[in-house]
Design a protein around this ligand. Structure first.
Ligand code: NAP
Length: 330
């Protein structure tokens, strides 16, 4: 079978490797689709802890269960599934254990024709989605769900700003916040993406590359209760200015690095919260899938490509015109 391996520093290769043997407690899934995350490229670049060479990359995928080892699990055979990428979250719903990892490094991941995975990582694919759409959900959907609901305390009627609309996680945050009845605004560095967001029902938008006065733009709208961000950097202080009192910024990444300063004066006076968030626990993964089914959410797919093009597609993860997820037909 073919699988995309990290073979050395900065090197990824689609290789022929043996189909894994099914062992107790495991299922063999014939993958139908897999999706890229920024994380896969961070790993290729070596910017991730516990990197090992020879590991199959990929956290997102959907497929059909081909085999199980134990008779007790045979009802899974033939089922259409998505894979929960959490490994060893642990018993505290608030925070992951120190053994926590994510499928795709150091454990073999979804960029493969056959995935060997623990039975308890299988979840039924939402009925209204095809395999390509469902494959986009696991990592981005889970991150967005926790950031909005557990960490952000999102409720209907709130003013919410999702930064970097073109991002994989941001797309889910946008769709989920809308479905939950929030007034959703976005930022993006691209007018084309802004146009798309407005067509999809965004209440307003801000181009962080062309505009610089966040305050003027947003104060007429009464400020934000919640801002969801993964860019970080000095922009953080603009977010602090446009929050309503008791508002909250939830960040799940810091792609642009650290802020050189943080406006603590405004933060304490306005009783603001700066809250980190990472992935989500197993219950949140199931809740996220139910939410997607209940609201018939359709993930935004940037492009669908053959699996043979997966290595060369890594260069497109950061392409400026990308909106949503790059997906592979396996
Ligand atoms: N903690 C976690 O569990 C977790 C989970 C998933 C991802 N992450 C991290 O979160 C980040 C995003 O991941 P992703 O998979 O969504 O990546 P992605 O699909 O590559 O999205 C990146 C987006 O960031 C936006 N961006 C760039 N500069 C910005 C700025 N100055 N202000 C606002 N937005 C800006 C861009 O949006 P526009 O194109 O619209 O301008 C871009 O599309 C990565 O650093 C990733 O490692 C963390």
């Amino acid at each position: 079978m073919k699988a995309l391996l990290l073979t050395g520093p900065g090197q990824i290769e689609l290789k022929d490797i043996p189909i894994p043997e099914v062992t107790t407690g495991k299922a063999l899934v014939k993958m139908k689709a897999a999706a890229l995350n920024r994380r896969d490229d961070w790993i290729r670049e070596g910017k991730y802890p516990r990197i090992q060479y020879g590991v199959t990359l990929g956290s997102d995928g959907a497929g059909v269960v081909e085999k199980v080892f134990d008779d007790i699990h045979k009802a899974w055979v033939g089922q259409e599934v998505v894979i929960n990428p959490n490994i060893d979250w642990g018993s505290d719903p608030e925070v992951q254990s120190k053994n926590y990892t994510i499928l795709g490094m150091p454990v073999n991941g979804t960029f493969t024709e056959y995935l060997l995975v623990n039975i308890d990582r299988l979840q039924h694919k939402p009925f209204h989605l095809d395999f390509l759409q469902a494959a986009t959900l696991p990592l981005g959907g889970l991150t967005a769900y926790r950031a909005l609901f557990r960490r952000g305390g999102l409720r209907a009627g709130m003013n919410v700003l999702i930064s970097g609309f073109g991002g994989g996680v941001a797309q889910f945050a946008f769709l989920f916040a809308q479905a939950a009845g929030a007034n959703v605004y976005i930022t993006s560095g691209s007018d084309e993406k802004i146009e798309k967001a407005l067509k999809m029902g965004a209440k307003g938008a801000f181009n962080y590359k062309r505009q610089n006065n966040y305050e003027d733009l947003w104060k007429t709208r009464g400020g934000f209760d919640l801002i969801i961000d993964s860019a970080g950097g000095d922009q953080l202080n603009n977010y602090i200015k446009i929050l309503r009192p008791n508002g909250r910024i939830v960040f799940y990444g810091a792609t642009n690095g650290l802020p050189s300063k943080v406006d603590l004066y405004r933060m304490f006076w306005n009783q603001l919260t700066l809250q980190g968030s990472t992935m989500g626990n197993d219950s949140e993964f199931n809740e996220m899938l139910s939410f997607v089914s209940q609201h018939k959410i359709i993930p935004v797919v940037d492009s669908i490509r053959p699996f043979s093009k997966i290595a060369s597609s890594f260069a497109d993860i950061t392409k400026p015109n990308k909106v949503g997820k790059i997906v592979f037909q396996v």
